[in-house]
Design a protein around this ligand. Sequence first.
Ligand code: HEM
Length: 522
Amino acid sequence: YVWPSPYDFLEDAYTVSSGFADGGIVDGVNPCSFEPIGGRLAGRQAAAEWLRLAYHDSATYNIETGLGGLDASIGFETNRPQNIGRSMNDSLVFFAAFQSKTSSMADVMALGVILAIKNCGGPSIPFRAGRIDAESGGPETVPEPQQDLESHTSAFALQGFNVTEMIGLVACGHTIGGVHQVDFPLSVEGAITSSNPDGVVHFDSTFDSFDNRIATQWIDGTSVDPLAVGFNETTNSDARIFAADGNRTMQAFAQDPDFFSAQCGSLLERMLNTVPKTVQLSEVIEPLPVKPFELFASLASNGSLVLSGYVRIFGTSAAAAAASPANMPVTLNWKDRNGRTNASYSTSAVAVSQTSGSLWGSVHFFQVSAAIDASLGISSFVVDWAYDNSGTLTHSDNGGAGFPFQDVALHQPDKSCRGDDLTTTIYAVIRNDMGPVTDAYVEYTSNVNHVGSISVKQVTIRAPLAHVGNSTSLLYDTYNATFPTYPDGTQTDEGRITFDVVAVIGGETYVSLSNPEVFALC
Ligand code: HEM
């Protein structure tokens, strides 16, 4: 895809997993053994909890009706016996922080699982976005360990998975994590200690590695899986499932770790992409090689435009990994508002001193700060860059047309502020030399409790921008809008707040997209 896109936030979170501009999701599952709630719950494993959560959410799918699947309906289902334990709500609370106008809970869950599995040494699962959160719970179709093989086979068939695929999915799910005595006393006993307060018994000896150990131990008779060799025959559902095809699938997994990894990759991809039939998923989202990050233009006190923010460069090559950002030439060349280029429409971006990490390659950030003559303006830019000073420059033009950039409706972040009375005031400047401004407003998206679920849902309000007067430039007028930070009173601090600044002039709409929440006090 090309920038800007509604998927930019998810792409950022997918791509950057540590350091500067850290997306923040991987921090919840790094290392793979990491306990939830910032490492405070001994014996529990966030990565495993996320994967179980996503499975239980997707398990409401019905292939005959095309309803259910990964739609965050799990938020309304956590009080069911099938979903026993604190883990599901803990995971949902973690994910809620990443919900926004452009990232549903179901998308964040899918992304979380993909990042967690990769970080645990598992396969690279392609990520698609576009899931829509359900408004209520789904049917009670999550399999339970005391059920017989026939029930499990038909439950998986209803979700669209045959017997071989059921064996695969269960083995891929049960290669990390384990069973907790506090929640499953019929399957685990004598495991609770002071350092293991929930009494977890892992499925295999490498619970913190997404590997084929679950299969090798099952095949060579050293399995420790409480749902396979547990004291209670009735709840040994893994044993019944693993042997459902005479152990053929488990044997193949045990023999070939690459086969296991590849099968898990494609089965889990299908599981995560099991969505209600009305939902259209996006194309696969992969890191863009060059992408702006938090790049915006505003009007300075001397009347010139200032372009500020960052450019991100991502690559998977050895050169990308070896590059030292301080030695990378990165130049941003823009076109003025009439589409013209000029040698002086250029600025060097400076390497950000803090490094960044990605699970998928190497990622480097460069800071942009350029004054632009307001009368000339800007309409798009390209980035010319190389991994070292002697290298030939790569010309990145965002798929051909350059990175589009409008200079008509600009948020003024240094003026916008929050009142003590929980109001937010957004300041903007809008060009005054293009004809009458027929409409101007802020579209502000915040989060309200999703009653019945611990996740949140988004509410967007439109606040008209009122004309205030002049600005520091003869070419721009100042506008502002004041509205409640939590517009309908039931807002929560969870989830991300973003807003767009919009101006309509001569039938054209100009938007300053996805500005971050305002915290400065008035
Ligand atoms: C017949 C099908 C299945 C049954 C009966 C079953 C049952 C269970 C049970 C009883 C637990 C223990 C939960 C706890 O103590 O917190 C568990 C854990 C887990 N399950 Fe399954 N499961 C099934 C299929 C799957 C599938 C298909 C996946 C994913 C693809 C999956 C992923 C997990 C994970 C990751 C854990 C570990 C959770 C943790 O350590 O907190 N399960 N499962």
